[in-house]
Design a protein around this ligand. Structure first.
Ligand SMILES: [Zn+2]
Ligand SMILES: [Zn+2]
Length: 362
């Protein structure tokens, strides 16, 4: 596993390990045994680094500092006294964000429709709404079932009608979580909410991130909200944002690009997105995919392994192969992307790992 790669990284760990290893190897060879001469370290200890080990730290390595964020000067700030920022996205439609999570609410003549309630700023959601209206929250829409996006639902109070895709209801019944009340209205493919002069179109395009994760489309405002799929300007969260279905994730991100939105509310990061952001992420994803596919083809099996492990330990053979594939993937994509996507270094290893797994078994 990659976590074992960590101690072979180029982050200054090598030099100290190398000298310790040199002593260990010397002692070992002096003792007359040659069984481990090839791997140069006792079993379970870090050996020599993989060939062409990337300078970007693999999982498990504590780094002294991360790559600078390419855009940090342009981020609209969140007032620490309030704990959130409000941004109007069109007629009666607002985004609430703490620059890490994003939710929305929509005003109509008799009330307010809330879309997602992240627990990280749930305590402030009613305050955010009170900045623009004193109408009651009548509807609540769940983008999907994950607690980090809707775990503030119960804190909203009142008795809003809760709308979600039917898979989300199934997952919430199973979770039995008082913080995430079970939806009152569910749908399979499409649902249109018309309230006063406002319209929201909900649709299901497959559960690549999690079954039940929907597209929320405000046609008048040309705002699309889809959560945990696109990360405008940023590296995706690890493992293609914890996608439960990686090939489906590729399809669904491409699907997002087909909707004629002006503004994408993606559920995370410090700003809304555009089509250019979606296309940039698709380009990055396709680069990861082709680099990994090539690495799977050209990486030899069992390099540097003892004959005994090669013969008797198939898990170790796979681990060694996968690590080498992932190293090649990281090296292939880094020059083009490391200064284009914020936090590239934080999760690139995880994307390459998830990609090789999907290409091998999906
Ligand atoms: Zn999620
Ligand atoms: Zn999320």
């Amino acid at each position: 596993m990659l976590r074992r790669v960590s101690r072979r990284s180029n982050r200054g760990v090598n030099s100290s390990i190398s000298s310790a290893l040199a002593i260990a190897i010397g002692l070992w060879l002096a003792s007359g045994s040659s069984a481990w001469a090839q791997s140069a370290a006792p079993p379970g200890e870090a050996g020599s680094p993989y060939q062409n080990m990337p300078a970007i730290a693999p999982p498990g390595v504590r780094v002294d500092r991360y790559l600078p964020l390419p855009h940090s000067a342009a981020v609209p700030s969140v007032d620490p006294a309030k704990g959130y920022r409000l941004q109007q996205l069109g007629k009666g439609l607002y985004m609430v964000t703490d620059n890490a999570y994003q939710s929305m609410f929509m005003l109509y003549d008799k009330g307010v429709v809330v879309i997602d309630a992240p627990p990280s700023y749930a305590a402030h959601l009613k305050q955010a709404i009170a900045e623009v209206t004193n109408r009651p929250i009548t509807y609540l829409i769940y983008s999907h079932a994950h607690i980090d996006h809707i775990g503030g639902a119960a804190e909203l109070g009142g008795h809003p009608i809760i709308i979600a895709q039917e898979e989300t209801k199934r997952l919430l019944v199973r979770a039995h979580d008082p913080k995430r009340p079970v939806p009152t209205i569910t749908f399979k493919d499409r649902y249109t909410l018309k309230v006063g002069s406002q319209v929201l179109e909900l649709s299901y395009h497959g559960g690549a991130h999690e079954p039940g994760n929907i597209f929320i489309w405000a046609p008048a405002q040309k705002v699309l909200m889809v959560v945990d799929m696109v990360f405008p300007g940023w590296m995706m969260w690890s493992g293609f944002a914890d996608a439960q279905d990686v090939p489906g994730y590729f399809q669904e991100v491409a699907e997002i690009d087909k909707i004629p939105f002006k503004t994408l509310v993606a559920g995370h990061v410090d700003r809304v997105g555009t089509h250019a952001d979606v296309r940039e992420q698709l380009e990055f994803m396709n680069d990861i995919k082709s680099a990994t596919r090539k690495a799977l083809q050209i990486t030899p099996v069992g390099v540097g392994m003892t004959a005994a492990d090669k013969a008797n330990n198939p898990w170790a053979v796979a681990d060694n192969y996968i690590d080498r594939v992932v190293v090649k993937c990281v090296n292939a994509v880094t020059p083009k992307w490391q200064s284009r996507l914020a936090a590239y270094d934080v999760f690139v290893w995880d994307q390459c790992f998830a990609m090789q797994q999907s290409l091998r078994i999906d």
